[in-house]
Design a protein around this ligand. Structure first.
Ligand code: NOJ
Length: 546
């Protein structure tokens, strides 16, 4: 794939998931075509030309399967059909056909760790201990105290607060759920479960789906002895610290178990039954464990293990540089293709995190580093977190953890802002969208930004055009530079004699540049084409040739 320096022989040899950009859509929030306040497939299909105009290469749809929507689709009741809220299978086929016509790949969100308690598998499992589906889930008799009282099997916690176990009164057994009690964990040790779940992948690949984002792939198996997890001090900087109860345990028995890695290898074999398909795994782990999920040439695992580390990072040049240097070197060593993410439906919008002034610096970074970028809908127009009034909060992760206001994910899931006026063009006038539209949608929206050459939207497009025009930005090696300026992160991308340098000013002051041999400015976040060697302006991102 790449030699020991990370160089790629020929960009044309790269796969689409290496050279491309992935665009994540949260279907409930993208475009409501039937006026029920919730986005749908027809709405997405109608907006595919817009997505193609961004210069991205693939769309990933958060779950669209049949679901009671307790966790907004991450609780699946039928893995092989579309929820009526979103549309029909025929409408899905039309979406795929139109995407492919426009040159866009389509990725679905595959949720293998758990299903919905409304899935017929679980309903059947609940009929009794001798149900043929009983062992499709994870059961435990609980511990019995000296006085005969039954209590929880162990100290495992749900991500969304409370124990990871719920008692099934009828049988007296507890079932495991690492999320809501309406999301029972599937028992991946049961080969019938694996066979059924792998068939679901085949079902969608036969319909033309190009890839999958795999939900919580590092959680598939748990310790067979159900041992208590050690208690640890909360690390406020960690990615999942927003779920404090869950983060108070060291997850040595519920995460990244050896069997999990085995099942991921099996999953990869299923993906490889079809041509040119891929999977990206949702994995919140330290770098070493994260990169292990790429597997080896003989035993490949996921094509891209999602790298979320830019999200939790202290936002300054030194921290970002140290991280990227380390990640790039480790990726080269592991023979893994890198990838970068600034936001998704579980994390605060990056504009709100890094601040308005640094927004373009962050956008430039993620679109010029070596590796596949995944961008979250609306980030291309600079959507920020929306303050949701208490009576409109709907995310169970927040509602179940009222003491942890950061746990709720509603602020980053609000309707896409298409134009000024009622509901920002997301839902027709007079309809109340499922989450409120941002107050400033009349200013921050696609239509307004289309008309403005200096808008965030057109800056995003300029960056994706630059990637296409310069193979160094896609296939080139990565090397950071010492500029003598602690607030500047600078790096070089090189490919077959072409050198592109990226200069990012993390400060609000001018920063002079010395020893730069660049010949031409390709893009500046401040507009125009300043002399490549001129001091960087406040919060400027500049891409130069040479
Ligand atoms: C991770 C998903 O991204 C999140 O939205 C969901 O709540 C959990 N997995 C459970 O499926």
């Amino acid at each position: 794939m790449n030699d020991s320096s990370g160089r790629v022989a020929n960009p044309a040899d790269l796969k689409w998931w290496q050279s491309g950009i992935i665009y994540q859509i949260y279907p409930r929030s993208f475009q409501d075509s039937n006026g029920d306040g919730i986005g749908d497939l027809k709405g997405i299909t109608a907006r595919l030309p817009y997505i193609a105009s961004l210069g991205v290469d693939a769309v990933w749809l958060s779950p669209i399967f049949v679901s009671p929507m307790r966790d907004f689709g991450y609780d699946v009741a039928d893995y092989c059909d579309v929820d009526p809220i979103f549309g029909t299978l025929e409408e899905f086929d039309a979406l795929v056909a139109e995407a492919h016509r426009l040159g866009l790949k389509v990725m679905l969100d595959y949720v293998p760790n758990h299903c919905s308690s409304a899935h017929p598998w679980f309903e059947e499992a609940l009929t009794g201990k001798d149900s043929p589906k009983r062992d499709w889930f994870v059961w435990h008799d609980g511990r019995i105290g000296p006085d005969g009282t039954r209590y929880l099997p162990n100290n495992w916690r749900s991500f969304f607060g409370g124990p990871a176990w719920t008692l099934d009164e009828a049988s007296g057994q507890y079932f495991l759920h690492q999320f809501l009690s309406s999301q029972p964990d599937l028992n991946w040790r049961n080969p019938e479960v694996r066979a059924a779940m792998f068939d679901a992948l085949r079902f969608w690949m036969r319909r033309g789906v190009d890839g999958f984002r795999v939900d919580v792939i590092w959680l598939l198996a748990e310790d067979e002895e159900f041992r208590d997890e050690p208690v640890r001090a909360l690390d406020p900087g960690s990615l999942l610290a927003v779920f404090p109860e869950h983060a108070s345990l060291e997850h040595i028995y519920t995460q990244d178990q050896p069997d999990t890695r085995t099942y991921v290898r099996e999953m990869r074999q299923v993906i490889d039954e079809f041509d040119d398909r891929m999977m990206v795994g949702e994995i919140y782990l330290p770098l070493e464990q994260l990169l292990a999920y790429s597997g080896t040439p003989d035993e490949p695992m996921v094509h891209l293990p999602f790298n979320f580390h830019l999200i939790s990072m202290t936002w300054d040049a030194a921290h970002v540089r140290a991280f990227v240097d380390d990640y790039d070197a480790r990726s080269v060593q592991a023979g893994a293709w890198p990838n970068f993410v600034l936001g998704n439906h579980d994390q605060r919008r990056f504009k709100s995190r890094v601040g308005e002034a640094q927004y373009r610096v962050a956008q430039t970074l993620v679109l010029t580093l070596r590796g596949t970028p995944t961008v979250y809908y609306g980030d291309e127009i600079g959507m920020h977190d929306v303050v949701i009034p208490p009576h409109r909060l709907v995310d169970p992760a927040g509602l179940q953890q009222p003491g942890s206001p950061e746990a709720g994910r509603d602020p980053e899931r609000t309707p896409m802002q298409w134009k000024a006026g009622p509901n920002a063009g997301f839902s027709p006038e007079g309809v109340e969208p499922w989450l409120p539209v941002a107050d400033d949608a009349d200013q921050i929206n696609v239509a307004a930004q289309e008309a403005d050459p200096d808008s965030d939207l057109n800056y995003f497009r300029a960056l994706t055009r630059l990637r296409r025009a310069h193979p160094a930005l896609v296939a080139g090696s990565y090397r950071s530079l010492d500029t003598g300026q602690p607030d500047v992160f600078a790096y070089v991308r090189e490919h077959e004699g072409e050198t592109v340098t990226v200069l990012l000013n993390f400060s609000a002051e001018d920063r002079p540049l010395t020893d730069l041999t660049a010949t031409r400015t390709l893009l500046s976040s401040l507009g125009g084409a300043p002399d490549p060697a001129a001091p960087l302006g406040p919060n400027e991102a500049r891409v130069v040739l040479g």
